[in-house]
Write a protein that binds this ligand. Structure first.
Ligand code: MEV
Length: 419
């Protein structure tokens, strides 16, 4: 039994009307009537106008939830904002298979982000690097003076690293400021600290600072998730073998790895957007990390255990926050965090990584068996049924018939509807 009393496991959730789905989530996450109203509301224009520039309106995306997730022994319903069909259903299905063997287990590093200061015009590069390292304490103190609140919460600048790089402009020194950002994504805190350090580094070295900015290759803020996927539920050991054959291409070939990792990001971006986090930061960090050995490769890894079950693992940088940013302004992001019941950015990281693994498993599983189009076709068939004029229960019936006949065409949908 999972740590929370309420189970996220539900069969046929997709068949329920929207109202019933909302009821289920409301009950699962103890949402209020006010919270419930947020599902069908739009971001108000004044809020939008404060978030970005030149606002004309707002842009809506479907918000769904992936069900069936157990992560570290706790049940989760995961909100996902995405325009792509099949993604939410696929994640829920993968979570259902993973839960047979106990669900997802995760590990997370400290929330350490890296800020970079690029130093140019230094004559004695080795001496300048020594000076920076020699003044580590003063530099860290100055960085920490910029964010007393973060320091009070146990975070703040923790370390300095110095790298010397060859470049077409000659040698340059790049100082990395390592900051524990606690429950924030961290860009603001790190950028402020880097800007504050620039004059001191220039004075110490006689050089000239150019860039001072966070790195999105957050390779000191790593989350790992793993799960065992039951071989019987997958259709037997031959399916596990087929899966491993498919996966192996992603491990050795960047052309396949890009698509394989795109499947991971289908899930990750959807929960990142739903919680008001920065999907571009997560994407760039993920792909840079996937290329860290010099060859772009899969962010997941799979093998067979001694039982013949499939073991899946993901390792990925995860710069997410639960404080600050759009996540604290956008009412739907606030609601989505409530649905997740998260108290820390660490917990959110673990959910995101588990969802990424689930999404990737689902895609490769489908590709290794029925192919990806089957899942896509069912929603496509429903859309065609609606275009043909089907309403209510007719939609499902017309779609089913179209799929059975293997031809999803508008004319045929109209004929079926007439009958
Ligand atoms: C489509 O959005 C994602 C997939 O291409 C991922 C994959 O090929 O693994 C299905």
């Amino acid at each position: 039994m999972s740590k929370n009393e309420k189970s996220s496991m539900i069969s046929g959730f997709y068949k329920l009307p929207v109202k019933k789905r909302v009821e289920f989530v409301k009950n699962f996450a103890d949402l209020s009537n006010e919270d419930e109203k947020v599902f069908s509301s739009c971001l108000n224009i004044e809020t939008a106008d404060r978030m970005i520039e030149n606002v004309l309106g707002t842009f809506e995306l479907p918000l769904g939830v992936a069900v069936n997730f157990v992560i570290n022994g706790k049940d989760y319903i995961i909100p996902m904002a995405t325009e792509e069909s099949s993604v939410v259903a696929a994640a829920s299905n993968a979570a259902k298979i993973a839960r047979i063997k106990g669900g997802f287990k995760t590990e997370c590093s400290k929330p350490l982000m890296i800020g970079q200061l690029q130093l140019l015009d230094v004559k004695d590069v080795a001496g300048a690097a020594q000076k920076i390292i020699g003044h580590k304490k003063q530099l860290l103190d100055l960085a920490n003076a910029q964010d007393k609140v973060l320091v009070d919460f146990g975070g703040g600048a923790k370390d300095l690293e110095v790298r010397i790089l060859d470049s077409p402009l000659g040698k340059m020194i790049v100082t990395h400021l390592i900051v524990d950002v606690r429950d924030a994504m961290g860009a603001n805190a790190v950028n402020t600290m880097c800007e504050a350090l620039a004059p001191m580094i220039e004075e110490l070295t006689g050089g000239r600072i150019r860039l001072k900015i966070l790195s999105n290759l957050a390779d000191k803020r790593i989350v790992k998730a793993c799960a065992v996927f039951d071989k019987e539920k997958m259709g037997g050991e031959s399916v596990v073998d087929a899966f491993l054959e498919s996966y192996t291409l992603a491990a050795v070939d960047p052309y396949r790895a890009a698509t394989h990792n795109k499947g991971i990001m289908n899930g990750i971006d959807a929960v990142i957007i739903a919680t008001g986090n920065d999907s571009r930061a997560i994407e760039s960090g993920a792909h840079a990390y996937a290329a860290r050995t010099g060859q772009y490769t899969s962010l997941t890894h799979y093998y067979k255990d001694k039982n013949g079950d499939l073991v899946g693992e993901i390792e990925i940088p995860m710069a997410v926050g639960i404080v600050g940013g759009a996540g604290n302004i956008h009412p739907k992001a606030i609601l989505c965090k409530k649905i997740l019941g998260i108290k820390t950015a660490k917990e959110l990281s673990e959910i995101v990584a588990s969802l990424g693994l689930a999404q990737n498993f689902a895609a490769v599983f489908a590709l290794s068996t029925v192919g990806i189009q089957k899942g896509h076709m069912s929603l496509h068939a429903k859309n065609i049924a609606v275009m043909a004029g089907a309403k209510g229960e007719e939609i499902e019936k017309v779609a089913e018939q179209l799929i059975k006949e293997g031809e999803i065409k508008l004319d045929r949908a109209k004929e079926i509807l007439k009958k």
